[in-house]
Design a protein around this ligand. Structure first.
Ligand code: SF4
Length: 325
């Protein structure tokens, strides 16, 4: 059935599926006061998630990323992974986690069919890590990363939010990837509905990292067709890579290749777009698949050229746990 594309000729092979809004961390730039229950926790079931991904696979999907909140907050995460991994057409199944229980869970997730793993680690300094997440768990999280590396995931990557509080950490992360075949990607702090004050105090342009990388002998690497938005850099004496995701950079959205579905079954055409298109009513049985496919295809016509973050407009996104980043 070909592939999904929008009015700007962009093709969408990559779905970010949030499976919960719940998170156990209190990251300063996302949920500084922790997760607050907002209504019934009526998140997509294993069957609904399976039907959704099957429909997108019919439309040319190749890569799925499971996100949250914190996806491991779902007791049935292994079943969701197994169900999505079994969908014909899904070539890469990734998960983004804060890593709190990764050392214990990595093996089961790998066995269930997970191939790619991203772990959020904003700093390798224990004090800064605790201040940013509300948890003194850096050692635990890093033990999980090393466990995952032993288990032969196709890729293990770290996500670090780039902000004034973490800009001291470039050299430490460079050391971290000297022997480890891991990619650490710094993501420019993004403005959301709830973090205006922190954003003003902490936002830093990705150019700061680019200059540091160039000055320290790192060279940019070619981007793959279903790679996310990161520009990754290599160094001849490092097994791993460092990278940058710069939503504020000119032309960032020109190569947008991903769509999102929230944990409550809403299609979000953009991370910083409006509240989304309801899909859940069409996830209750396979008999309505044609209507589901039609609704997804029709909705792409409304996808905007890009975000409006430069106008300080984060759309309907109050914090990233709502949509899964
Ligand atoms: S901000 Fe929106 S349009 Fe831009 S890359 Fe992200 S999802 Fe795509």
């Amino acid at each position: 059935m070909g592939s999904l594309s929008d009015g700007f000729g962009r093709r969408f092979h990559y779905l970010r599926l949030s499976v919960t809004e719940v998170c156990n961390f209190r990251c300063t730039y996302c949920l500084p006061d922790g997760y607050r229950k907002a209504g019934p926790q009526d998140f997509l079931s294993v069957d609904e998630a399976g039907r959704l991904v099957s429909a997108f696979a019919d439309l040319g999907l190749k890569k799925v990323r499971l996100t949250g909140g914190e996806p491991s907050a779902r007791k049935d995460l292994d079943a969701i992974i197994a169900r999505v991994a079994a969908v014909p057409g899904v070539e890469k199944l990734a998960l983004t986690t804060n890593g709190w229980n990764l050392a214990d869970k990595a093996e089961a997730w790998r066995a269930a069919g997970l191939s790619h793993l991203n772990v959020s680690v904003d700093s390798l300094d224990p004090g800064t890590f605790e201040r940013l997440t509300g948890h003194a768990r850096l050692d635990q999280v890093l033990a999980g990363v090393d466990r995952a590396l032993d288990l032969g995931f196709q890729a293990v990557k770290l996500n670090a939010v780039l902000m004034r509080d973490t800009a001291e950490g470039f050299a430490a992360f460079a050391d971290f990837v000297r022997e480890r075949p891991v990619a650490v990607r710094f993501i420019e702090l993004m403005r959301t509905g709830d973090n205006a004050e922190l954003f003003r105090a902490q936002h830093l342009s990705g150019l700061v990292l680019k200059d540091w990388l160039t000055a320290n002998g790192w060279r940019p690497r070619e981007r793959g067709f279903d790679d996310g938005p990161a520009i990754e850099y290599e160094h001849p004496r490092h097994a791993g890579r460092l990278g940058l995701i710069a939503p504020y950079a000119p032309g960032f959205c020109d190569s947008c290749n991903r769509l999102r579905v929230t944990a409550r079954g809403k299609l979000r055409l953009c991370l910083f777009g409006d509240g989304g298109i309801e899909l859940r009513d069409l996830l209750q049985s396979d008999t309505v698949r044609p209507a589901l496919l039609a609704r997804i295809i029709d909705s792409l016509g409304a996808k905007a050229a890009g975000h409006r973050l430069h106008e300080n407009d984060p759309g309907a996104t109050r914090h990233l746990a709502q949509v899964g980043g």
